[in-house]
Design a protein around this ligand. Sequence first.
Ligand SMILES: [Zn+2]
Length: 109
Amino acid sequence: MEDATQHPLQSCPQCGCADLFIRKDFPQKLGLLIVVTAGITFLVLAANPHTFYLGAWALVAAVLVDALLYCFVPKITICYRCRAEFRGIPINPTHEGFELSIGEKYRNG
Ligand SMILES: [Zn+2]
């Protein structure tokens, strides 16, 4: 059996839809965890004037970690119609990020 997963997708293998978009596979929960942790750290440290600057640095660190994470997360291809996510395949250069106008087309189907 030929391994078709190494070719960029032209259409969705699950539903045959030709409209696909590219998104960063950002771990939402991890991103949220970093923000929440930094927020709590800031509140605790900022309560004391002596450690206020440390709290500010915690926020800066959180932003940097998030940005760094964003740089390293892989891109994935997603189907507009069935919302199937395809990881580990080459990105088709003709595909772009999510477009609302195309998304509306498949919203109820
Ligand atoms: Zn599909």
